[in-house]
Design a protein around this ligand. Structure first.
Ligand SMILES: C[S@@+](CC[C@H](N)C(=O)[O-])C[C@H]1O[C@@H](n2cnc3c(N)ncnc32)[C@H](O)[C@@H]1O
Length: 191
């Protein structure tokens, strides 16, 4: 999926109420068509009153699990300080809010927020599960949740497991694109 197509989902989600959240930020999108920096620029250019909550421990993968071959510390890219510096350099600190730490510890501080676009790129079952359980009731109608690493050949088997268990059977969400894509997007269609 190219940058334009991804940005189409961002644009669609941003029509709904609420803020944006990314879970598994790393460098903010290097080598990936999605970048929270691009979304922040989109928000700025369209004068949208939205924040991007950029959640990551910025230490690489925090767990290992049986369903994948991923190791603790894998995917380490930016430290929290490097990410915060990059946000400042791009002059996006009024839009991107770094949320540093393990999801299970940081998400309670966002419990009063509602989201129009969420992007999950945390690779692991446990991490994706925590994220989905948090977000599923907090996405607004018309809001879009996107997942990375969903294709059957992916090393991140836990991501598709969470999707099968929690997203596909949920009548409040509709899959927006093909279920064999690397990226899967779900729209919240019901209260
Ligand atoms: C594949 S990388 C993200 C890459 C990023 N989207 C990019 O394009 O640069 C996965 C990220 O998820 C983070 N992560 C995974 N599980 C986490 C958890 N439970 N809490 C906080 N961060 C987590 C890791 O630190 C890592 O940076």
């Amino acid at each position: 999926m190219g940058f334009r197509m991804f940005q189409g989902y961002v644009a669609q989600g941003c029509k709904a109420d609420g803020d944006v959240i990314e879970m598994g930020v790393g460098m903010g999108g290097a080598g990936d068509p999605y970048s929270c920096f691009d979304t922040a620029v989109y928000i700025r250019e369209k004068f949208l009153d939205k924040k991007i909550y950029a959640c990551d421990c910025f230490k690489g993968l925090p767990y290992t699990e049986d369903c994948s071959f991923l190791k603790i510390g894998e995917c380490f890219t930016f430290t929290a300080e490097e990410f915060i510096e990059a946000v400042k350099k791009e002059k996006l600190e009024n839009i991107i809010v770094p949320v540093v730490g393990l999801f299970k510890d940081t998400l309670p501080s966002l419990s009063d927020k509602r989201f129009c676009f969420a992007y999950l790129d945390a690779d692991l079952y446990q991490s994706t599960l925590v994220a989905v359980k948090f977000l599923i009731s907090r996405m607004t109608i018309g809001g879009v949740m996107g997942f990375h690493d969903c294709e059957s050949g992916s090393r991140c088997k836990g991501v598709i497991k969470v999707i099968r268990e929690y997203m596909e059977p949920n009548p409040k969400y509709k899959l927006m694109n093909g279920n064999e894509s690397t990226y899967q997007f779900f729209e919240r269609i019901k209260e």
